[in-house]
Structures are given as C-alpha cells and as structure tokens.
Design a protein. Structure first.
Length: 255
C-alpha cells in the first residue's frame, strides 16, 4: 500500500481548513501572468482532486495523476458529483510521477502541496522534472512548491498535534519529525487516532512521510540538467521574497 494508504480516507477532513479556493485563484493568476493562453493542465500528484476541480470551474481542462489508488478513488467520487459540463473537463489517472507518460503535452503542469519534496533522491527529482519537461508544450510553464531549506534549518520542524471532527468521526493526528541533515530529509512520523462518534470505537494508524527540503540553487542546477529555466520563485500565496522563515516556496519554470 502506498504511503497515503489509510491516510487518504481522512485526508479531506484533515485538510478541510486548507484554503483550496484561495490557492486555485493564486495558481490561476500565475498562469495568467506567465502563460495567459493556457487551456490544458496536467497535475502531478493531484491527491483527492480539490485543486483540479476548482481550476476546472475556471474553465481549464485538467488531467490529474496520482500514485495512490485511494486518493484517486476519492477524486473520482468528487468527479461523479460534478455537473456533466464540469466533469467533462476533468480526468484522473493512476501513475508514478517519476515514470508516467501520457503521450500528450499540456500548457501548464502543476505539482502542488510539496509533491516535489516527496522525491527524496537526486534521481527521483530528476525523474519527476523529466516527466514535467516531456509533457510541457513549447512556451508552457511548470509550477511546483517545496519545503524550503533555509527555513527548515532555521526553524526546524517540531512535534505537532492536530484535532478535527465532522458528524461521523473525530481525528487526532500527532506528527513527530526526525531530521537527517546530511541527506536534507525529514521523516514525519504520523500517529493518527480515528474515533467513530456513533460506536465509540477508535482506530489507530501509523505512517511515515519522508520529505526532502530543497534550496533554490540546487533546484536551478537540477533544472539546468534538463535545459529548463527558472523564471520566478516566491513565497507561496504571498509573493514575498523567500527568507529564513519561509517554509513554502513556489517555482515557475519554462523549458
């Protein structure tokens, strides 16, 4: 089972406070700035399809790819509830972003919510960037965000507890990090408790998500290997200059 196996069932609840509407608007503005005539978008690591659905409402055609069958099941559930006109602009495919080849090119490629930081080796990173390059139309753009190295090292991750509930379940998630400075990696060890509010039973899940924090200079080096060019790099959602307190940084790339 993938790293998101059981996690997918509770993913939307855990991230219901995430501003997907604001993020979709932010992405739309980036596209209008850097590739204003774009129509087709490929999302690498689409998760449960939140961003894709919101962007499709703006008029784009979205093809989402994700490794997790569980995530895609929830994405297709979302798709089945969409009006027919909207559903016609959405498609979801199972695949590894390091290897998938769709034999089609797109105006825009997205990889959001730190999907690129899940590529933990240089080979993984190059493979994921190669997938983006091979699916990008001439003049198209690739937008992705990462855990930003200067902030991770200045403000190291700490133990965090998150509690949420809906009408059916209560979820408590404990995140305990372990850092590996020589590999630029962080293991985020999740301990999740899910309580059924009707029966009172409690399920426990344990998962480890390994994340790589990245630096602008190494991203530029990796891009140069593929003859791709970084054209913008700012703090996610604010467009401020990244610094020692900027955990989330986005990059806009052209090939």
């Amino acid at each position: 089972m993938s790293v998101f196996g059981n996690y997918a069932h509770y993913y939307d609840l855990l991230y219901r406070d995430k501003d997907y509407v604001g993020e979709a608007e932010f992405i739309h503005n980036l596209i209008k700035t850097h590739a204003p005539n774009s129509q087709d978008i490929l999302e690498l690591g689409c998760g449960t399809g939140n961003h894709a659905t919101l962007l499709a409402k703006t008029g784009y055609h979205l093809h989402g790819v994700d490794l997790s069958q569980e995530m895609l099941h929830r994405a297709n559930e979302r798709l089945s509830q969409c009006p027919q006109e909207l559903a016609a602009r959405l498609q979801f495919t199972q695949g590894d972003i390091r290897e998938v080849r769709l034999n089609k090119t797109f105006d825009v490629i997205l990889s959001l919510f730190h999907v690129i930081s899940y590529q933990t080796t240089n080979q993984d990173l190059l493979a994921a960037l190669t997938t983006a390059k091979k699916h990008l139309k001439p003049g198209g753009i690739f937008i992705f965000d990462v855990w930003y190295g200067p902030a991770v090292l200045t403000q190291p991750p700490t133990v965090r507890v998150k509690r949420l509930e809906d009408e059916l379940i209560q979820v408590t998630r404990i995140a305990e990090p372990v850092m590996y400075p020589n590999e630029n990696l962080v293991d985020v060890n999740y301990h999740i408790f899910i309580k059924d509010k009707i029966s009172g039973t409690v399920d426990e899940l344990r998962e480890t998500h390994t994340m790589r924090y990245l630096f602008k200079s190494e991203i530029e080096l990796l891009l140069s290997e593929l003859q791709m060019q970084l054209i913008e790099s700012q703090e996610w959602l604010t467009n401020q200059q990244p610094g020692f307190n900027t955990w989330g940084v986005y990059f806009v790339v052209k090939s």
